[in-house]
Design a protein around this ligand. Sequence first.
Ligand code: PMP
Length: 406
Amino acid sequence: MGNSFFGKCRQYTLTDKFVQNGCYPYFQPIDSAAAGEVTVRGRNLLMMGSNSYLGLHHDPRVIKAAVAATRRYGTGCAGSRFLNGSLDLHEELEQALAELVGKQACLVFSTGYQANVGVIAALVCRGEYAVIDKLDHASIIDGCRLSQGTMVRFRHNDTASLARALTRTGQANSLVIVDGVFSMEGDVVDLPSVVDLAQRHGAAVMVDEAHALGVLHESGAGTARHFDLTSRVDLIMGTFSKSLASNGGFVAGDAGVIHYIKHHARSLIFSTSLSPASAAAALAALRIMKDEPERIEALWRNREFLARELIRMGFDIGRSATPILPLHLGQMETVAQAWKHLRERGMFVNVVVPPAVPPNDCLIRCSVTATHTKEQLCQALEAFEGVSKELAALSRGPDCAGIHPA
Ligand code: PMP
C-alpha cells in the first residue's frame, strides 16, 4: 500500500553520485559559528557563503537584545499577529523600518518568504496580473501561484521585454515585482526604467530589497533610495535574514495598503508571529546599521577587492555589481568538483544549480561581508586560485572541455 505513491522518492537518484564522490554540498551541518568562520563536523572553515552582509549575526549588542527580549516576552508568541501574537516590539520595529525605507507604514512577517507570498496573494486578484522578472526570487513566484491573478514573466532586467508584457496586460491592473539585487547573479535592477514603464502603463511597483538592505545607499535603505525613487515605488519588501542579522520579513507602503494587507495576507493571519528574539535582534541590527555607516563602507571595500582579484584570476562573475559574487562555471559536475576543491582548502561556499539558475549556468555563489578581514579575503583568494588551476587542468581532459572559468 502506498508503494507506487512513493515511487518518485525511490527514483530520485540525482544526488547519489555527488554523495558517492564526496561533493554533495547541501545541508552541511554547522556545529559552531563566529564572524566569518564556522566549524562543520569539527573542521574550521572560512565562511564565504553567508548573507550576513554587515557581519552583525554575532554582534554582542544584537545577541544581548535577543536574550533580553526572550526574558521579557518568552521564547515565542504562541499566536498570530491577528490574535494574541502582536507585541509592542513588533510595532516598534515596524515604525523603525517605515522610517528607514521612507514609507508611511510597515508590516512585519515571520519570514521574508511569507512576506512575499502573503503580500502578492493578498493583492493580485482575479483578472489582475503580477508581472515579474524571470530571475525574481522563488517566494515571489510562489506568491503569484497562490494569488487568483495571472503571472506574466519578462526577460531578466530587460526593459523591452517588460514593455511588451505591460502592453499585453493592459492598464491599471498589474503589479510589477522585481528584486532590487538579484540573489544569485548579484546584479542590480534597472529601477528607473521599471518605474517609468510601470507609470506609463498605470501599473504598481513592488521591490524585494532582501539583498539590497544594508548594501545599497549610504543608509542601507536599499534600491529605491539608491535610485532616489522611493516615492515612485509603491511597496518595499525586505527580510531580516541577511544584513539585519535575524529572521523575519516586512512590507512597507501607504498606510491604507498596509492596512488592507494586514487583513488579507494569509501567511500573516494563519501563522505564529515573529519571535520576540528575532524582532529584538532585527531592531538592534537596524540601529547599529544607522549608527555605524562605516560598516557599509567596509562592505563595499571588501567587495571591490575580492571582485577585482577574482576577475584578475579569470573567473567570470557575470553581471555582479554587489557583494554577491557568483563564479559562473557551467555544468553541475564542474561546480560540484570546484566545491569539493574549495572545501578541501577550508572554504564554505554555496553551490547553485537549476531551478535557481538556468541549466548550464551553474555557479559557486560567494558573498563578502563587512567584517571579513584582509587576511580572510587573501586566504579565500588563495583557495580560488588553486581551484582555478585545478579546473584548467580538468578542462584539458576529454570529458570536461571548456569548463575553465576564463
Ligand atoms: N527574497 C529574496 C530575494 C531572497 O533572497 C530571500 C531569501 N533568500 C527571500 C526573499 C526570503 O527571505 P527569508 O529568508 O527571510 O524567508
